[in-house]
Design a protein around this ligand. Structure first.
Ligand code: FE2
Ligand code: FE2
Length: 200
């Protein structure tokens, strides 16, 4: 028993030692910041706005493509409804940029570009009909979850920075993204997945 405790202590000491070693030897594995890297939360917030502004604009092209490829009426309606919401979200972001005293600028969001590319891949890999519909829902829900994470973070940044009006605009969009995700789950459960399973 005593030996086990001693062993634990030794391991703890070793971990502490390796942690402190990591701290002092950071140079090798740490990414060097670019010359224009964010140095405060305001800049990080503004960078995030630029990313999601690009992402929302890209979605106004991706969503109609998904709707064109869908066959379930419920799914087409959900996608078109969210396209209208997405256009409103772009205007809301423009208001947030204005509140931050910034010009609305889009900066390529690699994550959203990847999610959209994955969605396009699903179209190629599925037969038209309920199976493709199920694939479209899966791809769109990944997108919604990315947006939920992004808007949750940006709203929190805005709150921390004392920008309550911006925080409330971002909160409105966050709720829409959550609603879109829920609507897609309902379509999947009620109209698509069961039939897609039967299509085997
Ligand atoms: Fe959105
Ligand atoms: Fe969305």
């Amino acid at each position: 028993m005593k030996t086990a405790t001693n062993k634990k202590e030794t391991t703890a000491k070793a971990t502490a030692k390796s942690t402190s070693t990591t701290k002092t030897a950071t140079k090798a594995g740490v990414t060097k910041p670019k010359s224009d890297a964010a140095s405060g939360l305001t800049e990080l917030f503004e960078d995030g706005l630029k990313d999601i502004y690009w992402a929302e604009k890209a979605l106004t092209k991706a969503l109609p493509k998904m709707a064109k490829n869908a066959t379930s009426k419920e799914l087409i309606d959900a996608l078109n409804n969210h396209l209208t919401e997405t256009e409103g979200q772009i205007s809301r972001l423009e208001q947030v940029f204005e509140l931050a005293g910034q010009k609305a600028t889009a900066k390529k969001c690699d994550a959203m570009a990847g999610l959209i590319e994955e969605g396009n891949g699903i179209l190629e890999e599925t037969e038209i009909g309920v199976v493709r519909d199920a694939g479209i829902i899966a791809a769109c829900q990944k997108i919604e979850h990315y947006e939920i994470a992004t808007y949750g973070t940006l709203r929190q940044f805005a709150e921390t920075l004392g920008m309550s009006e911006a925080a409330s605009l971002l909160e409105q969009t966050l709720e829409e993204e959550k609603g879109a995700d829920k609507a897609l789950t309902i379509v999947a459960v009620n109209a698509v997945n069961f039939e897609a399973a039967e299509a085997n």
